[in-house]
Ligand binder design. Structure first.
Ligand code: C2E
Ligand code: MG
Ligand code: MG
Length: 716
């Protein structure tokens, strides 16, 4: 090679560079054959590797005479080459594995020894290139093989870990459902499929197997293709199967069947171990009523949502919650309460068709799944039937018992993601039905969700409103209608939320009641108002402070003590304070309320019934309670126009008369026009409040207002 290099360094370098640039053995050999034939002005160039003709040029489209070319030994000579004729040949070999030869053939003249030396250099160069290429390829192959082995190992390890986990769960006697969940989820992960379901025969409902599904929530129809199935046994008897949905866009690997079988065997083990048919029934049915439980219901709902749908609104969920169950349960005893729940389950079932599913979720919560083509009206009809059925009296333990049902309805429309979302929607609709007055149904609309989200935000912020100083109190004067002079003020709460701004008490007080924050908020408001009253009374000892209190506050046995403490703290006599309660207070649990009010009265405090006429107060309650004032709700005052002959004052007239007969003051709320003030006075109503006199104002403006309205001290 050194010789050749010295003789024709340029050609040789070019040759080796060009050949070495090729990426695989075949094209390197092809390049060598072409370059060599050009270099020597030869008709034929060929490369033989081992005993095989690797590349040949000079034969046009005809097949090269492989046998004759392979027979040419290293050195110079003559050969008969089909397609070319008898030619001078030169061949040079290399020994590196794989050994081979570079051959050139020329018709018109033989090869000189220098040319042979150059050819030898080229051959060695080619040999070197081929060896390098082969070494690289071997390494690439080895690397790929390693990688594959490593992946296989990792996969095996993952399988073993998952199975080991499941075995541990079985031996630790984890709850059956947890184990089955782990099995389906594990199988789905390793198979790389969206869903694996464990389908078990249901002895209670042989027509419909139980689906204990766990991994990924339902989303649209399953991919096309055949499912993979492995049977599951309990005590050696067939009990169901583990079913893997086909993988996304394809078929299963042959090894997948074995894998699924491994999981199916674990499922068999777990089921057998759990003494299972029994345990399985328990895992998927409500013990008390025998209805499917939430897990089974959700499984069926998911299946229903996945089934190909011809149109919308084919899956409907009714969320049923009993009204007053807690009170009934407390009064008839828990054993009778259980009996009542069983009876309710029976009535609900009586309203359904075969194919519908009724489930008990726990407590007094039931759910119904309606499947198959049906119009919205028909789900609503089923809900109405259930409401009617549950409303009929029950005979329990020799007593007649009355409960009701509130029902939320939600449909599996296209927008619904899965079972959980649909159930939540039905649940929200049920709460709406409760708010609408119980014993009703409501159908989910997205605004219900928005309302809840906003409410959740308000609830969170309200918990800390007092601590953060976001609450304040404004004051609205109460006046004598005859001369417009103030007799007192009403304290009204305000909440300034850091981002939402001012939130009205009609919005946040009910929320504060629900989340149990009204006690703290109410105490704060009472204290604030009494502090203000004490300050204002230094110059106007006749001034009374009216403070709104919620029924929740009054029911607290500590409330009278708190009021007394606040009065003491601010040095106020009891008659400086009026507590404004709503009528509902009288109707709800009036036995306790009466005692509470008497304790308050004993402090000298007055009691006003706020928003009178809008609630349910029965007259006999009104008579029993120590009420001092009736505040005529502003909706009745607003009806009063200019014309005394209109008859638009019937309610106001009645309330004033009622107050007169019962010996109670009447105070009209929301007076906005002089005409209203005059008519009210003519009807015999002596006191009022409203924008006509003054709107609610912050504490720092109250003093100035009082100064211009009642400059001199006077007696009440
Ligand atoms: P309410 O006790 O009946 O208070 C009267 C409401 O009527 C006040 O609304 C007042 O601003 C408004 N108002 C007064 N004059 C007029 C008028 O001429 N026209 C009209 N359209 N409205 C008038 P506000 O302040 O929004 O309070 C609403 C309700 O929130 C109160 O009704 C009361 O039930 C409750 N509330 C207010 N403060 C408290 C509190 O400290 N504790 C509790 N538990 N409830 C409170
Ligand atoms: Mg009030
Ligand atoms: Mg009112």
């Amino acid at each position: 090679m050194l010789d050749a290099f010295q003789q024709s360094p340029h050609q040789l370098v070019e040759f080796i560079t060009a050949v070495a640039a090729r990426e695989d053995g075949v094209s390197a050999a092809q390049a060598a054959a072409e370059l060599a034939s050009e270099e020597f002005d030869a008709e034929v160039g060929a490369v033989i590797v081992g005993d095989r003709l690797e590349a040949a040029v000079g034969f046009g489209s005809a097949p090269p005479p492989a046998e004759a070319l392979c027979a040419i030994r290293p050195g110079l000579g003559v050969a008969d080459l089909r397609g070319v004729g008898i030619a001078h040949v030169a061949a040079a070999g290399w020994d590196d594995a794989p050994p081979g030869r570079l051959v050139v053939a020329r018709l018109d003249r033989g090869f000189a020894p220098e040319e042979h030396i150059l050819l030898l250099g080229m051959a060695r160069g080619l040999g070197l290139t081929l060896r390098t290429i082969e070494a690289l390829e071997t390494e690439r192959r080895l690397r790929a093989e390693h990688q594959r082995q490593a992946e296989e190992l990792a996969e095996r390890q993952r399988l073993l870990e998952i199975l080991l986990d499941i075995q541990r769960s079985i031996s630790h006697r984890k709850p059956l459902r947890e184990i089955l969940d782990a099995i389906t989820a594990g199988a789905a992960t390793l198979l790389g499929v969206q869903r694996v379901s464990l389908v078990l025969d249901d002895a209670l409902d042989p027509g419909r197997p139980i689906v204990a599904r766990t991994n990924s929530p339902a989303g649209g129809p399953a991919p096309a293709g055949d499912a993979l199935v492995a049977s599951v046994h309990v005590n050696g008897r067939p009990a169901g199967a583990l079913v893997a949905a086909p993988p996304e866009g394809g078929e299963f690997d042959p090894a997948d069947a074995e894998l699924l079988t491994a999981f199916a065997e674990h499922a068999s083990l777990a089921l057998t171990d759990a003494q299972t048919l029994q345990a399985m029934q328990e895992a998927f049915h409500d013990e008390l009523t025998g209805l499917p439980n939430r897990a089974l219901f959700v499984g069926r709902l998911e299946q229903a949502l996945e089934a190909p749908r011809a149109g919308e609104r084919e899956v409907a969920v009714l969320f049923v919650d009993l009204d007053r169950f807690k009170a009934v349960n407390d009064s008839i005893g828990h054993a009778a309460g259980d009996e009542l729940l069983r009876a309710v389950a029976g009535r609900i079932l009586g309203c359904l068709r075969t194919g519908d599913t009724a489930a008990r979720f726990g407590g007094d919560e039931f759910a119904v799944l309606l499947e198959g083509a049906r119009s919205a009206a028909s789900a609503e009809r089923v809900a109405d039937r259930v409401i009617e059925a549950v409303r009929r009296p029950f005979q329990i333990a020799g007593k007649t018992v009355l409960v009701g049902a509130s029902i939320g309805i939600a449909y599996g429309d296209d927008g619904v993601e899965g079972a959980d979302e649909l159930l939540r929607n039905a649940d929200l609709a049920m709460y709406q039905a409760k708010r609408d007055g119980r014993g009703r149904r409501a159908t989910f609309v997205p605004a219900m969700l928005t309302a809840v989200l906003e409410r959740v935000e308000l609830e969170t912020a309200l918990q800390t409103a007092v601590a953060r100083g976001e609450l304040s109190v404004v004051y609205q004067p109460l006046v004598a209608l005859e001369d417009g002079r103030p007799t007192g003020v009403e304290a009204l709460l305000r909440w300034t939320h850091p981002t939402l701004g001012t939130v009205a008490p009609s919005t946040f007080v009910p929320i504060a009641e629900d989340i149990g924050a009204i006690g703290e908020i109410g105490r704060w408001a009472l204290d604030e108002a009494c502090a203000r009253a004490a300050a204002a009374r230094r110059r106007r000892p006749w001034l009374r402070m009216a403070v709104n209190v919620s029924a929740h506050q009054v029911r607290d046995p500590e409330f009278p003590v708190q009021v007394e403490a606040v009065l003491d703290r601010h040095g106020l006599p009891g008659d400086a304070l009026t507590l404004e309660l709503t009528e509902t207070m009288l109707v709800d649990e009036h036995g306790d309320a009466l005692a509470q009010m008497e304790r308050l009265k004993a402090l000298g405090v007055s009691i006003a019934l706020d928003d009178f006429g809008t609630g349910y107060s029965a007259l006999r309650y009104l008579q029993q309670f120590p009420v001092d004032e009736l505040k005529i709700d502003r909706s009745f005052v607003a009806q009063i126009g200019d014309d005394p002959d209109e008859g638009d004052d019937a309610v106001v007239r009645t309330i004033v008369e009622l107050g007169r007969v019962m010996g109670m003051h009447t105070i009209a709320e929301g007076i906005e026009t002089p005409a209203q003030a005059q008519r009210l006075q003519a009807l015999g109503c002596r006191f009022g409040q409203g924008f006509l006199f003054a709107a609610p104002m912050p504490a720092d403006r109250l003093e100035a207002w009082l100064e211009q309205a009642a400059p001199v001290c006077r007696a009440a």
